[in-house]
Design a protein around this ligand. Sequence first.
Ligand SMILES: [Zn+2]
Length: 197
Amino acid sequence: MNIFEEIKNKLDIIEVAEFYGLQLDKHSKCCCPFHTEKTASFSVSKQKQMFYCFGCGVGGDLISLTEKLFNLSPIQTAERLNSDFNLGLNLKPHKPTRTEITATAKTKRKRIVVNAWQEWKDNTLKNSILYVKLLEYWQKQYAPKGINEEFNPLFIESCQQLEYWSYAVELMLTADEEMWQEIYMKAGKEIEQRIRK
Ligand SMILES: [Zn+2]
């Protein structure tokens, strides 16, 4: 068994892809790291241990994935995988090339952005639920008691907003990535303002 076969036996392509910063969705797809695109056409198969991009046609196994991601020679790739995953193979310790250093920095930056986005989604959902609860409370608490009583502004707000925000929460609970991006584009500012109050 050659060194590449040995590495492939020890590793899972999904694990490698995620370790190197690819954000796979539940269908193991993501935007292609090798060409610019907005919708995910890059697909990784756990079963076949292969990747393939339906956009630009690039594909291969976990060795060629790592090779392409960091622009390495096959032997450098083996060294890098051996180091990064502590495979304990008898190979030189891997010294990162200049391209790799830049790529790693980029991945780190991307991870920070992704984490911030996840946090925004979590906070938005959490605060929207709180807001709906508040509206429900206001609607009961501040409902006019008599026909001549002036409407409390909080009661008015609850009448205007409750239905919309209940619907929004329902959407958020089932939203996929695409839906979240739409929510952000269409209502991100409004949500942030309302929630900050
Ligand atoms: Zn591609």
